[in-house]
Write a protein that binds this ligand. Structure first.
Ligand code: ADP
Ligand code: MG
Length: 360
């Protein structure tokens, strides 16, 4: 059917009118949403406690105190369940049970979640060329730093522990785990707090919590926002300050985990030397490469926690290259208090201490 010029003109007018109406509708919809958000009365509540052998702090934002309190209890339950599943130091946990009792080359069926954590850890072991070991427990328990030991183990014992921490002897097929050597023991200590942040985020998504900052030891989950759509400002622990003393702040939207590993967390001193709890699997000794702290920021909590440990072992040059290769953000601090950051962090990280120098 052919339309006359007059009809075509009319049709254009109608279509233009409809487009304007539609645009107006969209505008009104978003304007109402913004006003509603502004009018939302957001309640904030801070909670402190401990779990997984470390301090836990939560700052929760929602429309009611009841919702904040319920989320606080939910997070505690989540941490307890996780610790009872993955901690090598809790005798009834899935990991501890496996460490106590497995047959070389035999099949052990893991829970779906533990199998998934282990697969991700093995990937990080591979990527970090062995700097991160998911089965470091024979070495970490020999040093016993977490348990308060203050004596350097003898070299023969360190050497025999080194044989048992070789992750190339771990095979995971689906949920089946096969350990190909004797005396092996898994240790999820270096990724556990990041895993906790991931699990907490999953559960927070099922609540009406608008925003949260939850720190589980050195891993901090930034979630949602305060109801104002603005970024969070996450403080980074001063590696040479008292607990809670921050040396810089990271500005970030609420979808990340910020994990820091350092030589200040758990250590003892002997003969003027500091022996801390992050080990170099190639030497069996605490990593000693001039770094005192590494922070990794990315969406995946397990990766952020495990990579902060891996990069700490790898040192500034290799660790920075690894962080860049994986597209995660990083902050490295050296013994001489120089701070090195990935490119994107240059306008996201704000130094707050004059003791440190940001290298640009
Ligand atoms: P924190 O637990 O203090 O937050 P990390 O995340 O760096 O610090 O984890 C340290 C723990 O990880 C140690 O206590 C030990 O159990 C384990 N660990 C130490 N060195 C390594 C390593 N090279 N690879 C994997 N795990 C490690
Ligand atoms: Mg870690």
């Amino acid at each position: 059917m052919r339309l006359s010029a007059q009809h075509r003109k009319k049709l254009h007018k109608v279509i233009n009118g409809l487009i304007i109406l539609l645009a107006l509708g969209v505008f009104v919809y978003f304007a109402i949403q913004t006003i509603q958000k502004k009018e939302m009365n957001i309640e904030m509540q801070a909670y402190a406690g401990s779990a997984m052998g470390t301090a836990v702090k939560k700052t929760l934002y929602s429309e009611s105190m009841e919702e904040n309190d319920a989320a606080d209890a939910m997070i505690d339950t989540c941490l307890e369940e996780l610790e009872n599943q993955i901690s090598a130091r809790v005798s009834g946990s899935e990991i501890a049970g496996l460490n106590r009792n497995y047959a070389v080359d035999g099949i052990n069926t893991l829970s779906e979640s533990v199998a998934s954590y282990l697969r991700q850890e093995l990937l990080i072991w591979e990527e970090s060329e062995g700097a991160f070991s998911p089965c470091i427990y024979p070495l970490s328990s020999l040093w016993g730093i977490e348990e308060g030991n203050t004596i350097v183990p003898n070299t023969t014992m360190i050497e025999s522990a080194l044989i048992a921490i070789d992750a190339s002897q771990i095979e995971v097929n689906g949920n089946d785990l096969i350990l190909h050597a004797p005396n092996m023991q898994l240790d999820m200590g270096a990724a556990g707090k990041g895993i906790a942040c991931d699990e907490i985020r999953t559960r927070l998504c099922e609540t009406n919590i608008q925003g949260a900052v939850v720190s589980v030891g050195g891993s901090i989950l930034a979630y949602g926002d305060k109801g104002d759509g603005k970024e969070w400002h996450i403080g980074i622990q001063n590696p040479r300050g008292v607990t809670g003393d921050i040396f810089g702040v990271v500005d970030t939207p609420g979808n990340v985990v910020v994990s820091t590993s350092g030589d200040y967390e758990k250590y003892f001193e002997s003969g003027g030397k500091r022996f801390h709890h992050i080990f170099d699997p190639s030497t069996g000794f605490p990593a000693d490469n001039g770094l005192i702290s590494v922070t990794i920021i990315c969406e995946n909590g397990l990766r952020s926690d495990a990579m902060s440990t891996a990069c700490f072992v790898m040192g500034l040059e290799k660790g920075m290259a690894y962080a860049k290769e994986q597209g995660v953000e990083a902050i490295f601090v050296t013994q001489d208090k120089k701070v090195y950051v990935t490119d994107n962090m240059k306008n996201k990280f704000r130094l707050q201490s004059e003791e440190y120098e940001l290298v640009r």
